[in-house]
Design a protein around this ligand. Structure first.
Ligand SMILES: Cc1cc2nc3c(=O)[nH]c(=O)nc-3n(C[C@H](O)[C@H](O)[C@H](O)COP(=O)(O)OP(=O)(O)OC[C@H]3O[C@@H](n4cnc5c(N)ncnc54)[C@H](O)[C@@H]3O)c2cc1C
Length: 433
């Protein structure tokens, strides 16, 4: 069966990457079909913190205003601390350019909902629809998608397909784009703590010998807690033993003792995540663009994934918008032709891939500094955290990059200074902006 409705773009996946792509392409007046196999967005604890780089885009779309109206929490600092609470490295966002001075935290579901609520009439969403495979012409170009809904398959065609179908992207694999995937040797347990006696003021990362403990405030007086655990540590634990494990993991951090009384009630909220990083070799194939984790995934504790998905979606649409110029407005015949799509995809990959390579390196280093539990990893990681924290110049560059405003790559000399192997005579020279 074939769907004869005209679309300029088909977007597979209604996570942050797909919703942002649909929003950005719809804004150009393009007719977009967004599909997701889930019948409704899932309430998963996979990303609550938005960085200033993504907030620039969300501000333009009105999504930041929606999130703030829905009680999102503004955070000024991202602080790495000892278990006793002493600050080792404080990324102070208040030193960034005007308009970029806060992180924003809200539940992942609230972020998805706010993005979906901002979609215009150009975007049609269909949920409960599985994308089976890309459709291709004789040259191999992607020309549409084969969809299945309630057991019935049908084909939809469009000049542009966006694969925003997550890290295991079926579409990426179908067009033969490879990449480098690394699974970390630990997992993360998330807990949603309601009504605690104490709340952190910042995005606070505590280093312990058994792993990272991360806490930050969420709306409604709640706290999001992430606990690092060995991959095999929780195997076979029932709810009671898991509660004991969590109480012990939090109990080892004196700074978090104020959360302990509320832990038992939070046990039912726990979710466990395996942790992976991934970078695809390419961001596009003829007729198809990759956005979000289909192309790029980093350790969650770098708080970069959603942000990169949003800025990539905006970058893709910008490349298309530049080439559309002032062609007939929406509602008319197709505004997108294959030549426009090809030129835009070429430019999208050329602009975005080097950015993602750089961001992957920065995020990978940051994650290693705070989660590597091997003896040398711990020694070097803590040294790097301490030395960066004591060096205003490096601290500013790291804050700028984490905020998604960069990249301002660290030089090999910077890296030696970051682990204290060389003194830094320019440490006091904080870059402007
Ligand atoms: C524990 C954790 C904490 C995190 N914290 C942060 C954070 O603080 N800040 C941050 O920026 N990032 C964070 N991240 C990363 C962030 O969650 C991801 O980068 C982001 O959600 C990726 O969005 P996406 O749209 O690319 O993919 P996904 O969210 O995986 O969405 C893919 C969508 O595609 C759909 N789909 C897949 N295949 C098909 C198919 N064949 N047909 C139809 N639909 C399909 C799926 O149903 C899904 O809805 C965190 C991640 C984890 C795991």
């Amino acid at each position: 069966m074939s769907d004869s409705t005209h679309y300029d773009a088909l977007v597979c996946g209604a996570g942050v990457g797909g919703l942002a792509s649909a929003r950005a392409l719809g804004e150009l007046g393009l007719r977009v079909l967004l599909v997701d196999r889930q019948r409704a967005p899932l309430d998963v604890a996979k990303g609550e913190v938005l960085q200033p780089g993504a907030l620039r885009v969300l501000r333009r779309w009105g999504t930041e205003r929606l999130l703030r109206e829905r009680s999102a929490v503004g955070l000024d600092r991202l602080v790495v601390r000892t278990a006793r609470g002493d600050a080792l490295m404080a990324l102070d966002y208040r030193q960034l350019p005007d308009g970029d001075r806060q992180l924003l935290a809200h539940d992942h579901l609230a972020i998805l909902t706010s993005l979906a609520d901002g979609l215009g009439p150009e975007v049609e969403i269909r949920r409960g629809v599985l994308v089976q495979e890309p459709l291709r012409d004789d040259t191999g170009r992607v020309t549409g998608l084969r969809l299945t809904q309630k057991g019935v398959s049908h084909d939809v065609r469009a000049p542009l397909v966006v694969a925003a179908d997550g890290i295991s992207s079926r579409l990426r694999r179908a067009v033969g784009i490879g990449g480098r995937r690394v699974d970390y040797p630990h997992r993360l347990v998330s807990l949603d703590i309601a009504g605690p006696a104490w709340r952190p003021e910042d995005f606070a990362a505590y280093l312990t010998d058994r792993g990272l403990r991360l806490a930050y405030p969420l709306p409604g007086g709640r706290v999001r807690l992430y606990l690092q655990t060995r991959s095999d540590e929780l195997r076979g634990l029932d709810r009671g033993r898991l509660e004991e494990w969590a109480a012990q993991a939090v109990g080892e951090v004196p700074a978090l003792h104020g959360l302990v009384p509320a832990l038992a009630a939070a046990a039912g909220s726990r979710q466990i995540f395996s942790v992976t990083r991934f970078l695809s070799d390419r961001l596009a194939a003829p007729g198809l663009a990759l956005v979000g984790e289909a192309a790029y995934a980093v350790h969650p504790m770098a708080a970069q994934g959603m942000n990169t998905a949003i800025t990539s979606a905006a970058a893709l649409a910008e490349q298309i918008g530049r080439r559309l110029g002032d062609r007939p407005a929406a509602g008319g015949p197709s505004r997108l032709d294959t030549a426009t799509v090809d030129a835009a995809l070429h430019a999208y990959q050329a602009e975005r891939l080097p950015f993602l390579v750089q961001a992957a390196q920065t995020s990978g280093n940051a994650a290693r500094m705070v989660t590597d539990l091997s003896w040398p990893g711990r020694v070097v990681g803590r040294r790097a955290v301490r030395c960066t924290g004591a060096n205003p110049r490096l601290l500013h560059t790291v804050t700028y990059n984490m905020a998604g405003l960069g990249p301002r790559p660290l030089t090999p000399l910077d890296r030696l200074q970051q682990i204290g192997l060389l003194p830094d005579p320019r440490a006091h020279l904080v870059p402007a902006g």
